[in-house]
Write a protein that binds this ligand. Structure first.
Ligand code: PLP
Length: 394
């Protein structure tokens, strides 16, 4: 059975060019970049080349790039740093739709006595700038707002928020794990102080991330140890993965616009086809302010997990907007924050594409989805109830 992978917001295939570039650094060029000898020195040079490639993708200076172990570590490092450098400030401002890397961290901070504000989103998943402005106070140590939501792809006005934060002297961090590599990001023309990214979302391996810290931003390390990363992150560098990430960033930077247009046209074909063929299907999230690769669709009156299993039987890998918590399928915190009705939130599926997807794959998904939904609705008591109500109403 052929695998059709449309779950690229979960993780991506490591590009073959990335694997090729990394391979020698496992078994042949295995020196420690901190070593004084030539063997370490040549590795050090390659790490710095990777730093330059990452910096180039996001319009940063190489010295502003700190390699970490993942996006989660980068998010944690940014928030902990802001709290360390201004210990008198006790307020953290974020949103209700952040990834658990931020959401669960701020929940922990709340338990420790920090004041945390999580801004609401509207039905389209968008936040209001007035509310951001109102919630930011003299006590705010950091504002952390994701650039792109991992479930819906909705984009937040991070540049605008960063400018506002700067004018109030507040540090601004963005979790750009889903944005970098998918849309243009340019730190040279931005007021963002800190930004997180993760290798495995852009065709590098899992287990490598970056925290960008703007020059001049006060920073306290999260992983305390050796002098690596200019004393900003202890621990011997994960050399092959850093080199892989550098290559992935170089690949992402080439023809970004062209690749985006193609991915967006595949996504739109999929989305429009499904909406047309399957009644009671709804897009979650603003249709304009959105990543080009992501589509979160609710198929009312069916369970997302049942759809996923049936898709999986056909070789199609997607994900749902529910999380299995203590035996019950709870709609995700993102869909709940958006006020998506229960009957729709339960049947939500996220398709997230990459430039490896093809038109034939989209055609195949469009062929198999309508009968899957029809079969599931036939056995859904909710659907039968809804159908009966609509008959008696008409
Ligand atoms: N932030 C967002 C928006 C994500 O989508 C993810 C991963 O799904 C993360 C953070 C965490 O990244 P990592 O898996 O590298 O820890």
């Amino acid at each position: 059975m052929k695998t059709i992978y449309v779950d690229n917001n979960a993780t991506t295939r490591v590009a073959p060019e990335v694997v090729e570039e990394m391979t020698p650094y496992f078994s042949e060029l295995y020196g420690n970049p901190s070593s004084m000898h030539f063997f370490g020195g040549q590795v050090q040079k390659k790490v710095e080349e990777a730093r330059e490639r990452v910096a180039a993708l996001i319009g940063a200076r190489p010295q502003e790039i700190i390699f970490t172990s993942c996006g989660t570590e980068s998010d944690n490092a940014a928030i902990f740093s802001a709290l360390q450098v201004a210990p008198e400030k006790r307020h953290v401002l974020t949103t209700r739709v952040e990834h658990p890397a931020v959401k669960n961290l701020v929940a922990q901070l709340k338990r420790e006595g920090y004041r945390v504000s999580e801004l609401p989103v509207d039905r389209h998943g968008l936040i209001s700038m007035e509310e951001v402005s109102r919630a930011m106070t003299e006590d705010t140590a950091i504002v952390s707002v994701m650039w792109a939501n991992n479930e819906t792809g909705v984009l937040f006005p991070v540049e605008e928020i960063a400018t506002l934060a700067k004018s109030r002297g507040v540090i601004f961090h963005t979790d750009a794990v889903q944005a970098v590599g998918k849309i243009p990001v340019n730190m040279a023309e931005s007021q963002i102080d800190m930004l997180s990214l993760s290798g495995h979302k852009l065709h590098a391996p899992k287990g490598i991330g970056v925290l960008y810290v703007r020059r001049g931003t006060r920073f306290a390390p999260f992983v305390i140890g050796g002098h690596q990363e200019e004393g900003r992150r202890g621990g011997t560098e994960n050399v092959p993965y850093i080199i892989g990430l550098g290559k992935a960033c170089e690949l992402a930077a080439s023809n970004l616009e062209e690749k985006n247009l193609r991915v967006k046209s595949l996504r739109d074909k999929l989305e429009n086809g499904l909406l047309k063929m399957i009644e009671n299907s709804i897009i979650n999230g603003d249709r304009e302010q959105r990543l080009p690769n992501t589509s979160s669709i609710s198929f009312e009156y069916v369970e997302g997990e049942s759809i996923l299993l049936k898709l999986s039987d056909k070789g199609i890998c997607a994900s749902s907007g529910s999380a299995c918590t203590s035996g019950s399928l709870e709609p995700s915190h993102v869909l709940r924050a958006m006020g998506v009705p229960f009957t729709a939130a339960h049947g939500s599926i996220r398709f997230s594409l990459s430039s490896y997807n093809t038109e034939e794959e989209i055609d195949y998904i469009l062929e198999v989805m309508p009968p899957i939904i029809e079969q599931l609705r036939e056995i859904s008591p909710f659907w039968k109830g809804a159908a009966a109500r609509s008959c008696s109403a008409s």
